[in-house]
Design a protein around this ligand. Structure first.
Ligand code: ADP
Length: 476
């Protein structure tokens, strides 16, 4: 731009200079009457040239200053300073510059606007992807050409495709389940105004999903995509089956002592217990059934409280040694009745843990009580307490010389209501004691519990708990 202005001004100045110089020389020669003396002509021309040059230079520099100001200010309607004949050119140049600057500003604004929009749409896309990825439900979005536009991790896992490679590929290639493909294409066919299509699809793995598929519309109300959400029903069905199994097992277990109590009470009411000894016997049975019932209810409540995460955990520093001593004292009379020797082997130091004393006490009593129950007369039960400084945990093992448990039954002993069929006559029980032990050790104390047993040779139930209790998930 400046080059153009300079060349225009340069041309104008040069022309003026030549013209002015010629005129001044002729005028000077004739006025002085010097005829055609070449020195005089040269002197005159020189003076004229200098004068014209100075004048033109002054004019040009004014014009240049004016133009620069005008260009810098870049505003229309400004009074232009400079020779009259140059003003249209100056004005045109100034206007051109102004328009150019305005266009540049507008372009920059538009560029910034586009950048902001691109940024917003990128962050919206990332947000949507993040939302889709944290969803448990599988989501597949495809366009009207039945090509995958986006999907989430849950969909990739459920439908078994590679998330990265799925985008842009036809649904028919990516989704192998025919039922699901049919629901998606039916959704497109039924169009925008239709209700979302619902259905259930089954997979070869045996899992089942509830499917909801609906059209997404653009601003003009036309179908732009089909969004399909798959909700896995497998886990829900498992949970509801577990619940109904629990209810039926629990009611069965509750009914047994209740029916027994009812029968004995009826016999007492009907006067069937004629002598005092029989009556005392009936009272004893009713009492033990009541105790069993209350143990059952307590265990059920404790297990469900731990499972629901609402059990109160009273954490404190406790010495497992003391808990074992107390449990042995409690079980001593029962053991003595069966002539069973109770023996303890406790490490001299390092048996303190951070945990709930009552709950850990209950675990040791349950294991010890089982050992006494399922060990025939004259047997031996040993409680061993040791600490492992490497894993920073305290290890407790209750071993007996009793009936032992077969490998097949051993797999189930920690399940709710499980009782070894053949031992039901050996001792009464609820089938919930070991399940509660497992919950207390694993869920509340972040420990481990296990069993080693040989059928006919005896069993060793063991557990280990960390010396320092990590914050448990269970609400304190
Ligand atoms: P229960 O109240 O029936 O004892 P548990 O949950 O404590 O319930 O135990 C479940 C089952 O595991 C028992 O019914 C019994 O069949 C078996 N069992 C537990 N401890 C022993 C053991 N020390 N020896 C043999 N069998 C045992």
């Amino acid at each position: 731009m400046q080059t153009v202005i300079r060349s225009i001004l340069g041309g104008v100045a040069l022309g003026s200079l030549t013209l002015g110089a010629g005129l001044a020389a002729m005028f000077a020669a004739s006025w002085l009457g010097l005829g055609s003396d070449p020195w005089v002509v040269v002197a005159g021309i020189t003076i004229a040239v200098v004068m014209v040059g100075v004048l033109t230079g002054l004019t040009m520099s004014r014009a240049m200053r004016s133009l620069r100001r005008d260009l810098e200010v870049a505003e229309g309607g400004r009074h232009l300073v400079g020779p009259r004949w140059m003003r249209p050119i100056l004005r045109t140049l100034a206007e051109y510059r102004i328009r150019h600057q305005q266009a540049e500003v507008a372009w920059r604004n538009r560029e910034r606007d586009l950048e902001i929009r691109a940024h917003v749409s990128e962050s919206t896309r990332l947000q949507s992807e993040a939302v889709l990825d944290v969803m448990d439900e599988a989501v597949v979005v495809c366009n009207t050409m039945l090509e995958i536009v986006s999907a989430n991790q849950a969909a990739a896992r459920l439908l078994g495709f590679d998330l990265e490679q799925s985008v842009g590929r036809p649904v028919s290639e990516v989704v192998r389940n025919a039922g699901l493909r049919r629901i998606i294409s039916e959704t497109i066919e039924s169009g925008t105004g239709a209700e979302p299509r619902r259905g259930e699809v089954r997979f070869k793995s045996g899992s089942a999903c509830e499917v909801v598929s609906a059209c997404a519309v653009d601003r003009r109300g036309r179908t732009s995509a089909v969004v399909t959400v798959l909700h896995d029903l497998t886990r829900e069905r498992e949970i509801s089956q577990m619940k109904s199994e629990f209810v039926s097992k629990a009611s069965h277990e509750l009914r047994t002592p209740l029916s027994s109590m009812q029968a004995y009470v009826e016999m007492l009411v009907d006067g069937e217990a004629e002598d005092e000894a029989t009556r005392q016997e009936f009272y004893g049975i009713i009492q033990s059934e009541t105790q069993r019932l209350s143990r059952l209810v307590d265990n059920m409540l404790n297990i469900s409280r731990i499972e629901a995460g609402i059990i109160e955990v009273d954490r404190a520093r406790i010495d497992v040694h003391e808990l074992v001593d107390r449990a042995v004292q409690t079980l001593e009379p029962q053991a003595r009745e069966k002539n069973i020797t109770l023996h303890t082997e406790v490490a001299p130091v390092g048996t303190a843990v951070e945990g709930d004393a009552d709950m850990l006490q209950q675990v040791i009593i349950n294991l010890l009580s089982n050992a006494v129950k399922y060990t025939p007369e004259g047997g031996r039960v040993t409680v061993n307490v040791d600490s492992d400084t490497l894993t920073r945990s305290v290890h407790v093992a209750v071993s007996d010389t009793g009936l032992g448990i077969s490998p097949r039954d051993a797999e189930h002993v920690f399940e709710k209501f499980f009782r070894v069929e053949n031992y039901k006559r050996v001792a009464k029980g609820t089938g919930l004691g070991l399940n509660l032990c497992r919950h207390i050790i694993e869920t509340v104390h972040r420990g481990q519990i296990g069993l080693e047993s040989t059928l006919g040779m005896g069993s060793k139930f063991w557990f280990s708990v960390p010396m320092g209790l990590e914050p448990a998930r269970v609400a304190a």
